[in-house]
Design a protein. Structure first.
Length: 574
């Protein structure tokens, strides 16, 4: 499909560049031209650089090491910054092994660089420094001590170490701590689920606890020891390993508790309830006898019926819901639906959406009032999608629905943008961010229960991976077993590195929580983040018990005093 339309993605650009640089004849000429204008190469986040990208770096920097005396008038440098413990983008081909390979490659180039013939042999290599950055300017000492203890207790295969895991040293003054909440067990629901009854009751209970606890922290308020002030909504970051029901439910519960929340950091455009409600209105406009779309529209904020009102108005016998309503309901009650139908044949998708949102129906205000401010972005993205559709084809409602359903549009919020609200995001999305209080919400996930259907096999260490379908249990045997075992080990290593990244996002306070589904039978999975956190607290001397376990330390910073208000003596005017 990409070849047909002449499209390329980022991976295509990387592979094409590598192929160009490795093509005999033309590749040497390109590298020669690059060498003439390249003096310094800086690689940031080097642990997230895959093999193809390292090959491009090599094409730029290998000539730096050809001879020590050639570039005597100027210094040429290769500077890389990375932490192999934070290599968490394996789906993009990254691995600590790549980082180690690059270190060996360029270290060998440096030691083998030649100088002038009259130089002594021991002085012919170029300097190659390995510097360790163990001092943290983000987290207080108790957080780092917990991370060190938990990482030390991680079972095999561990983090996939390519070197010693050095202990951290904190450069941040102040107090802080780590709290491990009791895991929520299925069947321990705190209240009726209502419209969320279909969700795992442990997930619902956990979302409720998190939302209510954050509300209490903001109301008390909770004091931040290192900052010397009270907790604010923007100080809270909730991390999940994967997007799912828990993340969405936490957002909904926070909104219900009156806590400002920014919404999930990344979501499919067809996933938000506001978008689903608007699409249900379009489907009803196209086919009034579509009972499911009509029922969804009726109980949406656009129309505002309750579930009980819908059930009372529904026909007792089989038949069209719309026809039954036209025969039994008052005209004024069906007026909004009739206006939508009246516009269906006379308007474009964008115009219909805009009329429902800003016209007499007042849909935008209703949706945001019910669903919260996080509904605003999906609404605007849906309008933008409708405009984009109309600019490329003859607009019609049916074509728009077909086009939209085939698409895969994502909404991405900038998590680093200043916002007076709680942030909910994945641990991957939190890379490079930090917050005074971090909650790891789904720490009980068992990584061994979600095996991949496709394996990536490399015939040799520096070769590109080849996708291979994972065999079923009855078909296992032979060389693929070793490939599967290696893939599972690599994924488990990345699972633990992701835990390291998530835990080190916390500046002062780290809270670890999780929910156990019915399949867990009340037992925490041994390969879960929760189990590693519990083992780390035990190693720090925190006793086990039925209540929350906490580890704290450090001296609180004195609260900032408000500036003195100087009142000048009034001067009488003549």
């Amino acid at each position: 499909a990409k070849r047909r339309v002449g499209g390329v993605d980022f991976d295509d650009l990387i592979r094409t560049t590598v192929d160009l640089l490795e093509t005999p004849g033309i590749g040497e000429w390109v590298r020669f031209k690059l060498d003439q204008v390249t003096e310094h190469v800086l690689i940031d986040e080097a642990q997230d650089t895959n093999l193809d990208q390292w090959k491009i770096v090599g094409a730029l920097a290998d000539e730096f090491f050809v001879g020590r005396g050639i570039y005597a008038p100027r210094t040429r440098t290769l500077f890389t910054v990375g932490d192999w413990k934070q290599a968490i983008f394996g789906f993009q081909g990254t691995s600590p092994l790549n980082f180690a390979w690059a270190e060996r490659h360029f270290g060998g180039k440096a030691s083998g660089a030649l100088g002038d013939d009259d130089w002594p042999e021991h002085d012919r290599g170029l300097p190659f420094e390995r510097l360790s950055l163990t001092h943290s300017f983000r987290s207080v000492r108790p957080i780092l001590r917990f991370v060190d203890a938990a990482v030390a207790q991680v079972p095999e295969p561990g983090l996939g170490a390519i070197g010693d895991v050095e202990e951290h040293a904190s450069e941040v003054p102040g107090s802080g701590g780590v709290t491990l909440w009791p895991a929520v067990v299925a069947g321990a629901g705190e209240e009726e689920g209502g419209e969320e009854e279909w969700l795992n009751d442990a997930v619902r209970t956990l979302a409720i606890r998190i939302a209510r606890q954050i509300k209490a922290w903001l109301a008390e308020p909770l004091m931040l020891g290192a900052k010397g002030r009270a907790l604010r909504p923007e100080d809270v970051m909730i991390l999940v390993k994967r997007r799912g029901d828990l993340a969405s439910l936490i957002v909904a519960r926070l909104y219900a508790e009156g806590v400002p929340v920014a919404g999930v950091d990344r979501l499919r455009l067809n996933a938000p309830l506001a978008v689903q409600d608007l699409l249900a209105a379009i489907r009803f406009a196209l086919q009034p006898d579509d009972d499911l779309s009509l029922a969804s529209l009726l109980v949406s904020p656009l129309i505002g019926w309750s579930q009980d009102e819908l059930m009372a108005a529904a026909p007792r016998e089989r038949g069209s819901l719309w026809r039954h309503l036209t025969q039994t309901q008052a005209d004024e009650r069906l007026a909004p639906l009739r206006r939508i139908l009246a516009r269906a044949d006379l308007t474009t998708p964008y115009q219909l959406l805009e009329e429902m949102l800003s016209g007499e129906l007042d849909g935008r205000r209703k949706l945001i009032r019910r669903l919260g401010a996080e509904a605003r972005d999906p609404i605007e993205e849906l309008l933008s999608a409708a405009l984009a559709f109309e600019s490329t084809t003859t607009p019609s409602l049916q074509r728009f629905l077909d086009w939209f359903d085939r698409g895969d549009v994502e909404i991405v919020r900038d998590p680093s943008a200043p916002l007076d609200a709680v942030r909910v995001m994945t641990a991957h999305g939190a890379k490079g961010l930090q917050a005074p209080l971090v909650i790891l919400a789904d720490a009980c996930i068992d990584p061994t229960r979600s095996p991949r259907s496709v394996l990536k096999w490399s015939p040799e260490p520096a070769a590109r991976a080849i996708p291979v379908f994972a065999p079923r249990a009855a078909e296992r045997g032979g060389p693929l077993d070793a490939v599967r075992a290696e893939a599972e080990a690599r994924e488990l290593e990345e699972h633990w590195r992701l835990f390291y990244v998530a835990a080190t996002r916390a500046e002062e306070r780290l809270v670890i929580a999780g929910a156990l589904g019915p399949g867990a039978k009340g037992q925490v999975p041994p390969s879960s983040w929760y189990a590693a956190a519990a083992a780390g607290l035990t190693a720090l001397g925190v006793a086990e018990g039925e209540d929350a376990r906490s580890y704290a330390g450090g001296d609180a910073v004195a609260p900032a005093k408000p500036a003195a208000i100087v009142v000048e003596q009034a001067v009488a005017l003549p």
